[in-house]
Design a protein around this ligand. Structure first.
Ligand code: ADP
Ligand code: ASP
Ligand code: MG
Length: 404
């Protein structure tokens, strides 16, 4: 008998029919002799609706504590409805908020991290033959306030519960049949991958492949939780995220991702002397601005330009921080561009194959796409390009690597 954590995303519990279909699937999984713990997201796009409501009553940034109280209500709706649907099928179930499930987080409202899980109530419910249905994306802080784990955070809830309960597998049910070689909504020829390594999945999640939240992948890897991404519409087997097997031949390129959530800041005419970058990036870190790619030009006449990317939501803060240092650092100006996109290709086999980068650059050149920034890891190449061309570029790069 296996213990299976099944997480259902927003579309999977989007209306009453979907919730009944999910209850059916849980009942079937139990009939096959398994114990099930369910984790649910808020129905459909209801988290976005709640965010809009908050914006409508508050013209400044809403108090983060109240934002979390508001946002966690979405998952409470789906967890109780799913328990009702299970009751209708004669399956004993009980819903638990993150706090009731023993998920203890730090005090960083709207992006809290899980510190500890005390799953005794869930274990007791399982022992009594029940299905615990847990509200995803939330916990209780060490200050005993309600917190959320960041957008897409139900994936983290599921993986963390899988680890805490020693589950045999954590199944992530969503609206696509697995992890594809590119977002199938952008690249119609994308193929589902039967397996993907944790390394590759990590790079995908970090560069815009939103099918799994980044922290859930890191957590699954460090706690050895087998992950299976699959569809709640067809229920067919999906993609297994696995530890890389050295005996396996690695695909040179497995996937192409794109991310339009970042913006670029350029600090121009910076004196080229030691300590300038340290000063600038320390000041950004102190404002909790997360800097991603950084490029510094070779200097001409003793000055240089430094460009870096930040999340678009942090752009105003980043520009403000840079501007505040203008006199002190003696640079000429700060400019920014919020219509950039990052296009990445990912593949574990890249490590041992030369020429992978050239194919990407040649493909972009043939489309007349200008590359604004470049960064690489041993299994990834990323280029910053104009947001307006990124989807076409993605389809071309996907084809150039023969992924379709
Ligand atoms: P859920 O609400 O179930 O958590 P998400 O919207 O967070 O679902 O994630 C699923 C979506 O991720 C898919 O609908 C798909 O458009 C998108 N996606 C982006 N990149 C990929 C990829 N490489 N493979 C599969 N899906 C992807
Ligand atoms: N409902 C939350 C969100 O939309 C959490 C999740 O779905 O994982 O981000
Ligand atoms: Mg998601």
């Amino acid at each position: 008998m296996a213990l299976i954590v099944q997480k259902f995303g927003g579309t999977s519990v989007g209306d009453a029919d979907r919730i009944r279909a999910v209850a059916d699937h849980i009942a079937r999984t139990r009939r096959q002799g398994n114990d099930v713990v369910a984790v649910v997201s808020a129905m459909g796009k209801s988290t976005d609706d709640l965010l809009r409501l908050a914006g409508a009553v508050c013209s400044t940034t809403p108090p983060p504590r109240e934002m979390d109280m508001l946002l966690t209500s979405g998952e409470r709706i789906s967890m109780s409805l799913l328990c009702m649907a299970l009751a209708d099928l004669g399956v004993p179930a009980a819903s638990f908020t993150g706090s009731q499930a023993g998920i203890i987080t730090d005090n960083e409202h709207t992006r809290a991290k899980i510190l500890e899980i005390r799953p005794d109530r869930l274990s007791a419910a399982i022992a009594e033959g029940m299905v615990p249905v847990v509200a995803g994306f939330q916990g209780m802080s060490t200050d005993r306030d309600i917190t959320t784990l960041g957008r897409g955070g139900s994936d983290v809830t599921a993986v963390a519960l899988g680890a805490a309960l020693g589950a045999d597998v954590c199944e992530i049910y969503t609206d696509v049949t697995g992890v594809f070689s590119a977002d199938p909504r952008v690249v119609p020829t994308a193929k589902r991958l039967a397996h993907i390594s944790f390394d590759e999945m990590n790079e995908m999640a970090a560069t815009g492949g939103r099918v799994l939240m980044l922290r859930s992948v890191e957590f699954a890897r460090s706690h050895h939780v087998p992950l299976h991404v699959r569809s709640s519409f067809t229920w067919e087997p999906g993609t297994w995220v696995v530890e890389e097997d050295e005996s396996m031949e690695q695909a040179i390129v497995s996937a192409v991702t794109h991310d339009t959530s970042e913006a670029k800041v350029t600090v121009a005419g910076v004196p080229d002397r030691p300590g300038i970058a340290a000063h600038l990036f320390r000041a950004l870190a102190d404002r909790a601005v997360n800097v991603d790619m950084i490029v510094q030009n070779t200097s001409a006449n003793g000055t240089t330009d430094i460009s870096f990317t930040v999340p678009r939501v942090d752009l105003a803060a980043a520009v403000e921080v840079a501007e505040s240092l203008r006199a002190e650092l003696g640079f000429v100006e700060v400019t920014s561009d919020s219509s950039i996109a990052r296009l990445s290709v990912i593949g574990a086999g890249m490590k041992s194959h030369p020429g992978v980068t050239a194919t990407m650059f040649e493909t972009l050149a043939s489309l007349g796409v200008n590359i604004e920034m470049i960064s690489t890891s041993s299994i990834r190449i990323s280029c910053v390009v104009d947001e307006a061309v990124v989807e076409d570029a993605m389809r071309a790069v996907h084809a150039a690597y023969g992924l379709g």
